[in-house]
Design a protein around this ligand. Structure first.
Ligand code: 2RA
Length: 340
């Protein structure tokens, strides 16, 4: 016996990946519903070798469905998540709406799967921001060994994190650079993204940081350890899929780079590719479609007593969104609902 599963936002980049990953991982599904907003109705989506017709989220009755993976943005989540949750369907939400709610667990299964027990207060579980998810997967095993005091992270985030229109803007703007008269002005981004980098993701906060940077701080504390201090600079780069992060970590105890490499090699969700030679590291184009968080360039930071640097790359639509949501569904199924 399996689960009755809903994917809301099934026609978007993340929703489609949710369906792909549920099928790839052979999640025990008895019945699946692909929901979309009225404007996307009529669009068909794939689930393994099946084709699903999308159903109108506005008309959908969530009663009798076990879980719903939401990838519909905060505004729509505000409207539909309470309806689904009240009908007894557990919502696994990819938006930021509930991430900081103390009554909603924020889960990265490799890090804090046990926190899932808190789901029942609201029948909602939050999925973290993409840039946080891959970072905490890398930090957790190192924190367990040497206690992290402070993290300085700079991100190199692909345009797919900003949705389909952002992908189109990079594509069209890049082509337009070579065709006189077909130049494409910035629309989704604040400045030209083709052949450029933009140090601005999400809205500005009062202290001069951006909301994306704030999310990395707040979510790392909630998922991993509130005592860890994090400072982030988040940058959009002209890459289609795959977020990269340069992470500097200061520990309480000494941690040798070789031991760190061994710890990371054994850790769940991580693949270490760290050869000190040309090409002996992972770049975003190589991580697309993969489940892993890749770690490269592990090295001592000799400017502080107990410091390490590393390079971390992952598919932002997978570990940063859809895969993590499906992993949460797996934990929910195995530990709580126990039907599969
Ligand atoms: C981005 N953080 O990359 C977003 C996606 N969740 O813009």
């Amino acid at each position: 016996m399996g689960y009755r599963v809903v994917v809301a936002g099934a026609t978007g980049n993340v929703g489609r990946e949710m369906l792909n990953i549920l099928a790839e991982r052979q999640f025990p599904v008895d019945e699946i519903a692909a929901l979309a907003s009225r404007k996307s109705l009529g669009t068909e989506v794939s689930f393994g070798d099946k084709t699903l017709n999308t159903q109108d989220i506005d008309q959908f009755d969530f009663a009798g469905w076990d879980m719903a993976l939401f990838a519909i943005g905060s505004e729509a989540t505000k409207k539909y998540a309470p309806v689904a949750a009240a009908a007894g369907c557990v919502v696994i939400d990819n938006s930021s709406l509930y991430r900081y709610d103390p009554d909603v667990p924020l889960i990265v299964p490799e890090v804090n799967a046990d926190a899932i027990e808190g789901y029942s207060k609201k029948n909602i579980i939050a999925n973290p921001n993409c840039s946080t998810a891959q970072m905490v997967v890398a930090l957790k095993p190192l924190h367990d060994r040497a206690r992290i005091k402070r993290v300085v992270v700079s991100t190199y985030q692909s345009v797919s994190g900003a949705g389909k229109e952002a992908i189109d803007e990079l594509w069209d703007q890049t082509k337009g650079m070579y065709v006189p008269g077909q130049e494409v002005a910035p629309k989704k981004f604040t400045k030209q993204i083709a052949f450029n980098v933009i140090p601005h993701i999400d809205v500005f906060m009062e202290d001069g940081s951006t909301k994306e940077e704030w999310k990395m701080v707040a979510e790392t504390k909630k998922i991993l350890d509130p005592s860890i201090r994090v400072t982030a600079t988040c940058v959009r780069v002209p890459v289609f899929v795959g977020h990269s992060e340069a992470i500097n970590i200061e520990f309480e105890d000494h941690l040798d780079e070789d031991e760190a490499r061994d710890i990371l090699r054994e850790a769940p969700g991580i693949l270490v590719v760290d050869k000190r030679e040309d090409g002996g590291y992972v770049t975003p184009v190589e991580c697309v479609g993969d489940y892993a968080t890749f770690i490269s360039r592990i090295r001592q930071d000799s400017t502080i007593d107990n410091g390490l640097n590393l390079w971390c790359v992952s598919d932002n639509l997978r570990k940063g969104a859809a895969l993590n949501a499906v992993q949460i569904a797996e934990v929910l199924g195995n530990r709580v609902l126990k039907k599969g």
